[in-house]
Ligand binder design. Structure first.
Ligand SMILES: [Zn+2]
Length: 291
């Protein structure tokens, strides 16, 4: 029987509007061990964020939440924070594109200091809105995305990207941008379709939504990808995304069916995770007195 770790590469936990840490307990009961805890938007913390400081407050809440998860469950959570494209669009609507862009640039310094202090393991989610927006808003989002790719290169830091629905052609376009930015090594396409080989060809690692067929399809193409649920933990949107048990359940099921080898599982859930995020998965990070 598989005795290794099982990692969900993109999970949100919302103690205010969802079931909070109980979702992590469900993840653990199903066999999950590690999660990349991606911060929700600032307004999910009931913070009406307009300034860089407001965003920083939201980040500290996410980091504290990771600390509580690590203290009170068997799981290990690693925080990742960013500037969600919806946050960018909302600020652009309320205060203009130039202001929203400027905030996006100023946030880089905060990410850098949190990353240097080992309070986050990466930046995310950042990128482009998945819904239609005016051209000038999309252009500014793309400019920011390019700045963030350069930041990821300079900091050698993982970057989880949120984008519109992706195809093979979108990976090629993103690949051009990644190259132009100097080829940062740790660009991750969150909510990726099962095209891990095409992602890798374009300098990107796919984080694949662990739906029934997607992981099987992905394994037939490459063994190098992450698995994720994008669990949103929102009581008002039940069933909007995969539940917290999905990654461990899917993994154990595929192992049982011999559709995934133990070697593949170790690679996906351990080697890739520890190498990309620079973490020792056998030590739980402590996040306390975060200021
Ligand atoms: Zn997400």
């Amino acid at each position: 029987m598989y005795g290794g770790h099982i990692t969900d590469n993109h999970m949100h936990i919302d103690p205010l509007h969802g079931i909070g840490i109980d979702a992590v307990r469900q993840f653990v009961r199903a066999g999950g061990t590690h999660l990349i805890l991606v911060g929700k938007t600032a307004w999910d913390w009931d913070i009406d964020a307009t300034t860089v400081d407001d965003f920083r407050n939201a980040y500290l809440r996410t980091i504290e939440l990771a600390g509580r998860i690590n203290e009170s469950t068997e799981a290990t959570a690693y925080p990742v924070v960013g500037y969600h494209p919806s946050e960018f669009v909302r600020l652009a609507d309320a205060h203009g594109i130039a202001y929203a862009y400027e905030v996006g640039i100023e946030l880089i310094d905060i990410w850098e200091s949190l990353y240097e202090d080992d309070l986050i393991v990466g930046i995310g989610e950042v990128g482009r809105p998945h819904f239609d927006v005016p051209c000038d808003v999309l252009d500014a989002a793309n400019d920011l995305l390019f700045e963030y790719l350069k930041t990821a290169l300079r900091m050698d830091c993982p970057l989880q990207l949120h984008t519109e629905h992706f195809t093979a052609a979108s990976f090629e376009k993103l690949g051009e941008l990644v190259k132009k930015a100097g080829s940062p090594r740790k660009v991750i396409k969150h909510f990726s379709p099962p095209l891990p080989d095409i992602a890798l060809d374009n300098g990107v690692t796919a984080s694949i939504v662990a739906s029934r067929d997607a992981i099987r399809d992905a394994l037939a193409r490459s063994k190098t990808f992450f698995m994720e649920t994008d669990y949103i933990d929102d009581a008002s949107r039940p069933g909007a995304v995969l539940g917290p048990k999905t990654v461990p359940r899917r993994t154990l099921h595929l192992l049982e069916q011999q559709a995934m080898s133990e070697e593949d599982a170790h690679h996906i859930h351990e080697d890739l995770v520890s190498k990309t995020y620079g973490v020792d998965m056998d030590t739980k990070p402590v996040y306390e007195n975060v200021k």
